[in-house]
Design a protein around this ligand. Sequence first.
Ligand code: IPE
Ligand code: IPE
Ligand code: MG
Length: 244
Amino acid sequence: MKFLSFLKKKEISGGSNPPLRHIAFIMDGNGRWANARGLPREMGHKAGAEAFRRVVDYCIDLDIRFVTVYAFSTENWKRPQSEVDGIMKLFVDFLNEGLLGDKDKKLRIRFLGDPARFSPEIQSLMSEITEKTKDFTYTLNVAINYGGRDDILHAVNTLIKEGKTEVTEEDISSHLYTLSCPDPDLIVRTGGEWRLSNFLTWQSTYSELYFMKTLWPDMTKKDVDEAISFFVSRQRRFGDIKSK
Ligand code: IPE
Ligand code: IPE
Ligand code: MG
């Protein structure tokens, strides 16, 4: 396995073989991280928010153009209200305070998922941020109230409203919440579960998958390097017999 220190960092998005344009993270393990310390689950989410900042910051340093994080699924509403409230509070903090100080000026922030579930105040903060950051270089997709099935249904229903009676793959791809983003090259899940839990169902067909035991709040740059080292060791064939 090649290790990242041997790669030129700036070559990852375009020059590494295979190129890594889009990395996605399933940020799992916050609750167990808190449990292990005898803390309430909310503290795990708070530590998870710090890890989120750390990892996105590092991905920019690595010149990865598209980063997607799974923050809250369409199924996570089933959790106790106090936990949901805690996560929403952290989301509002992120909306109000930004993520990375000066580096925020590089981040085009988009939200994946149906915003209708959020309060009008949160919805307007979300659209304000999307509008304000729309011309920046690096894309950060925050999947919140996101489900892969909901994404596909939403795309199909939009196409029906547009009057389509038959659709192509391109029609669906271009109506998903991810819009013009390339499909994720690599999906990393922390927390030791080997499943996608309704994440990027349409977009992940040819993604490389990397599952790690590390709990999300413990995620370090070295862990990101480990996932990327796995990725660059892959041969991606997309059904062909030669790697691309
Ligand atoms: C992921 O961590 C964050 C969300 C799903 C919001 P969890 O809260 O699922 O943590 P575990 O899996 O219970 O440890
Ligand atoms: C997936 O984690 C969702 C997010 C990380 C936001 P879950 O903890 O909800 O997934 P399951 O329930 O273990 O499949
Ligand atoms: Mg979990």
